[in-house]
Design a binder for this molecule. Structure first.
Ligand code: SF4
Length: 284
C-alpha cells in the first residue's frame, strides 16, 4: 500500500505566530485568550497546560487575568475597544491575511459598494469582518442571494478559508442578478489555504483510494480539504488524532493520501503518518 503526504499541509504561519505569541514566557498564568486561538484541540490543550486561559466571547466578564489576546481569526474593532475599556491589556494575534481581508472589505465600502462576505455567518472571522462594516451581507451559497436585492453595486470579499472555485461560482451568480449593475470582487482566500487545496488536487491526480484529513472538527479549512476529496467520490475520513484511525478503513486499499488543515501541529501529523504506516502494514 502506498502512502503519500500532501506537498503542503499543516500549520500555516498565521496560526504558528499566534501560538508562539501566546506561549511566550511573559504570559504564563496571566493571559486569557478570547475564543479558540486556533481551531485545533491539541493546540488548545497545550495552551491550557502552559497556564493560558481560554474563554468564549460571551464570557468576557469572567476574565481574571490582566492580559487578553485576540485570536488569529481576528475581531471587530469594537471588541478590542470593549476589552480595553474594561482595563485589559489587549494583545492582537490576528493573522496579517485576516487584517488584509478587513482592510479590503472597508475599502470596498468606502468606494460605495455594498459589502458582501462569502463565508459562514457564524464563523468568528466573518463576524469580525462584518463587525467593522456599517452594513453588509454574508452569503454562503446560491440560496442566500436574495438578501442582495436592492443593491446594484456590490463589493465581494471571501472568508480566507473558502474554496476558490466555489467563490468564483457565487461571484458569477451575483453578477447575473437582474438588479446588479456592477460587482467588484477581491480574492481574499489566503495563500497557505490555496496551497493546501492545490496539494490535494495534486494528490487526486495520483489515484488515491483513501484520504485521511487531520484537523479540528470545527476547523473550516480542514472541512474544505475533506470536501475536495469527497467530491471526487473517494473515501475520506476526518480525524483529529492518530487514535481516531480505524484499521478497517485500510483493508483492500492501494494508495492512501494524507493531508492536514492549517491549524494542525506537525507532531500530530507525524503521529498519524506513523500510525497509518503501521495500519497499512497490518492490512497488507
Ligand atoms: S489560514 Fe490563512 S488567514 Fe488563517 S491564520 Fe492561516 S495564513 Fe492566516
Amino acid at each position: 500500500m502506498r502512502i503519500t503526504l500532501a506537498q503542503a499541509m499543516g500549520t500555516c504561519f498565521g496560526v504558528q505566530d499566534a501560538i508562539d505569541l501566546a506561549l511566550e514566557p511573559r504570559f504564563r498564568d496571566r493571559l486569557t485568550v478570547v475564543g479558540q486561538l486556533v481551531h485545533n484541540p491539541q493546540v488548545t490543550e497545550r495552551l491550557r497546560a502552559n497556564g493560558v486561559r481560554i474563554v468564549e466571547r460571551d464570557q468576557i466578564d469572567t476574565i481574571t487575568t490582566d492580559a487578553v489576546m485576540i485570536t488569529a481569526h481576528g475581531a471587530a474593532d469594537t471588541t478590542k475597544r470593549d476589552l480595553e475599556a474594561k482595563g485589559f491589556t489587549v494583545f492582537d494575534a490576528t493573522c496579517p491575511l485576516v487584517i488584509r481581508l478587513h482592510k479590503l472589505a472597508r475599502f470596498l465600502e468606502r468606494e460605495g459598494y455594498f459589502p458582501v462576505v462569502i463565508g459562514q455567518s457564524e464563523h468568528v472571522e466573518v463576524r469580525g469582518v462584518v463587525g467593522n462594516l456599517r452594513e453588509a451581507a454574508v452569503v454562503y451559497d446560491l440560496n442566500d442571494l436574495e438578501v442582495l436585492r436592492g443593491h446594484p453595486r456590490i463589493g465581494v470579499v471571501s472568508q480566507t478559508t473558502n474554496r476558490l472555485e466555489q467563490v468564483q461560482r457565487l461571484v458569477q451568480a451575483i453578477r447575473a442578478l437582474p438588479w446588479v449593475s456592477e460587482v467588484r470582487f477581491v480574492d481574499t482566500i489566503c495563500q497557505p489555504v490555496k496551497e493546501r487545496q492545490q496539494a490535494i488536487q495534486d494528490l487526486l491526480t495520483q489515484d488515491i483510494d483513501l484520504g485521511i484529513v487531520i484537523g479540528g472538527r470545527n476547523s473550516a479549512n480542514t472541512r474544505k480539504l475533506l470536501e475536495l476529496i469527497h467530491d471526487r467520490g473517494i473515501e475520506v475520513h476526518h480525524i483529529e488524532r492518530s487514535e481516531d484511525l480505524d484499521p478497517a478503513w485500510f483493508i483492500g486499499k492501494q494508495h492512501v493520501g494524507i493531508t492536514a488543515g492549517t491549524s494542525t501541529p506537525q507532531d500530530v501529523i507525524e503521529a498519524v503518518n506513523h500510525a497509518v504506516r503501521a495500519l497499512a502494514e497490518q492490512a497488507a
